[in-house]
Design a protein around this ligand. Structure first.
Ligand code: C2E
Ligand code: MG
Ligand code: MG
Ligand code: MG
Length: 283
């Protein structure tokens, strides 16, 4: 009887895996088509400077709305694009579009506005990566010094021979480097010190439990201090409540990003928001 049960369970899992891989194959086909037809959008989430209480930049986040599937989340299709070797095309499109959009925003609201884009580790396979970035900058006329690449800590923490050299080449273009989702991959301090970084973004999971988990509060405080001691800017992502904002402000976090201020929104909405230029929370 237990053998039969085991068999049932096995066929249950096999079936689940089949459904999953069928969906992946289906999505991979759709993804190729979407890339060809450029059927993506870029949304922007403002970054707020705590001290100045105003928007100082925005993060570009890709959106894919499919007629049949509805919104397909980036957490699902970005890893797929990486597996399929399509991420270069996707990110290139996003960076170019975002540079064009934010150039317009900077004309209207000032040259202090910075653009952050997410940058897949898969790009580092290309030795001439910085050339591609330089090309996009010169094609769009966007200043390298106002562009920041967000790269996840998980990747930064892995030993990679050419990483340091490639980051330095990117930095030579004036482009800044930010570590995304910081705090979950155990980067060593000495490694952090060696990499040419500008910014740490505290992972959302630590911000979420401010007020309910003392360990996470200690981690947030520690990351802020550490970042400042290493001369890095620090951003809290996923700030949803006034309490979380008060906490990170108390410990001198530089910038915040999160639903409390604004979710990621289309360009036109971003411009409207900036015209009001009012923080939902009074200083
Ligand atoms: P990420 O770079 O860490 O982006 C932050 C994610 O948190 C975004 O999800 C954003 O919508 C969400 N978020 C922002 N504020 C809040 C908040 O207050 N509460 C909560 N619960 N969530 C918040 P999204 O847009 O679904 O993106 C997920 C991930 O997909 C990103 O994480 C990034 O790693 C990746 N991604 C998105 N766009 C791109 C892209 O153009 N290229 C690459 N390579 N990756 C991208
Ligand atoms: Mg990011
Ligand atoms: Mg993040
Ligand atoms: Mg993330």
């Amino acid at each position: 009887c237990s053998k039969a049960a085991g068999r049932d369970q096995f066929s249950f899992f096999a079936k689940q895996m089949n459904i999953r891989s069928e969906r992946r194959i289906h999505l991979a086909q759709k993804l190729r088509q979407a890339i060809e037809e450029q059927r993506f959008e870029v949304y922007y989430q403002p970054k707020w400077c705590i001290r100045r209480n105003k928007i100082v930049g925005m993060e570009a986040l890709i959106r894919w709305f499919d007629a049949h599937e509805g919104a397909i989340p980036p957490d699902e299709f970005i890893p797929l694009a990486e597996d399929q070797g399509l991420i270069g095309l996707v990110d290139q499109w996003v960076i170019k579009k975002a540079c064009q959009d934010i150039l317009q925003v900077r004309q209207q609201f000032g040259e202090h506005i910075q653009l952050s884009v997410n940058f897949s580790p898969a790009h580092f396979i290309r030795r001439d990566l910085y050339k591609r970035i330089a090309e996009i900058l010169s094609e769009t006329g966007f200043p390298g010094t106002s562009l920041e690449l967000e790269i996840t800590e998980t990747f930064m923490a892995t030993e990679n021979e050419s990483l340091l050299e490639q980051l330095n080449q990117i930095r030579d273009l004036g482009v800044e480097i930010s570590i995304d989702d910081f705090g979950i991959a155990y980067s060593s301090l000495s490694r952090l010190k060696r990499l040419p970084l500008n910014t740490l973004k505290i992972d959302r999971s630590f911000i979420r439990d401010i007020g309910s988990d003392q360990d996470d509060e200690v981690i947030v405080k520690t990351i802020i201090d550490m970042a400042h001691n290493l001369n890095l800017k620090v951003v809290a992502e996923g700030v949803e409540t006034a309490e979380q904002l008060a906490f990170v402000r108390q410990y001198n976090c530089d910038q915040v990003q999160g639903f409390l201020f604004s979710p990621p929104i289309p360009l036109q909405q971003l411009i409207q928001l900036m015209e009001q230029q009012e923080s939902p929370v009074k200083a």
